[in-house]
Design a protein. Structure first.
Length: 148
């Protein structure tokens, strides 16, 4: 399956036009990681958005387990991209896994004018929706601790 076809199945790309997806296609690559392999370290500079295609990864913050990502199309890297900061978590392959990786720095450099504005608008819209969902989940977890 070509990367372009993968976009249709990943919710992040729902608001992107066909033309925008065609511009993103050459900026993506598939990467395979082996169980136990370090994918990203907390504090590292990050320009990549990763979409899980298969397998599972564990996310840790300050060496503490936070969550397992194991659903097709789930994303990581959006926090550091949206905030222009270093990686906020360490990500380790829990099993053999495959990612679709989009280099955001290359994306920004490859676009100009109105096309750039339109793509970045969709990009930040998708990031904000994901971050809002993660915040809601975090708030629900926090409520359970508050009652203890």
């Amino acid at each position: 399956m070509m990367n372009l076809e993968l976009f249709d199945k990943i919710p992040f790309f729902e608001s992107f036009s066909e033309e925008q997806l065609q511009r993103l296609y050459p900026l993506t690559e598939r990467r395979v990681y082996q169980k136990g392999e370090l994918i990203r370290s907390q504090g590292d500079v990050n320009f990549e958005l990763c979409f899980l295609l298969n397998g599972a990864v564990d996310v840790k913050v300050d060496d503490q387990f936070v969550v397992t990502i194991n659903e097709y199309g789930e994303i990581f890297g959006e926090m550091s991209i949206a905030q222009h900061t270093t990686s906020t978590a360490t990500v380790i392959a829990q099993s053999d896994c495959t990612m679709l990786v989009l280099n955001f720095q290359e994306l920004q450099q490859s676009l100009i004018g109105p096309e750039r504005e339109a793509v970045l608008k969709n990009f930040y819209k998708a990031c904000s929706e994901i971050l809002a969902k993660k915040l809601i989940r975090t708030n629900q977890i926090a409520k359970t601790f508050k009652g203890q």
